[in-house]
Design a protein around this ligand. Sequence first.
Ligand SMILES: [Zn+2]
Length: 158
Amino acid sequence: MKIVINGIHANLRFSAAHMIPEHESCGCIHGHSYIVDVKVEGKRSGKHGFVADFKDVKDIVRRICNEFDHKLLIPLRNPLINFTSTSRAVKFEIAGKKYTIPEEDCCLLDLESSSAEELSRYFASTLFKELSSRYDISSVEVCVNEGIGQGAVYTISR
Ligand SMILES: [Zn+2]
């Protein structure tokens, strides 16, 4: 069985800035109001016969949304970004453009990109790992929407 959580109606959202290095238009710092949709599939279990408690799923997603909210999302493993500092002020260079951003304005991610694709993979992996310890789940699907109308879906399954 599958449970579905719609990010708009369940208020699973965050607003953040990012950039896609060396992309023609997305290479400049810009922002999105992101919305996160989630599907969890598995066997019903426990006293209540839940696939997973909606509250538990939303708590995990909201925790990640709160980490990202009102930050500049910076992917530490992007080969196109040359970091010279990641503490106090985050300093880096992309194709000759020099950036210095206060650390408290940044969310440093152990990812190759802050694209919707990589963010959905991050949400799905974290959810799958954390829910697996409590529930008998077989797959997690996450869609990270950049505003309304476009999003990237990542599915992780056992
Ligand atoms: Zn963007």
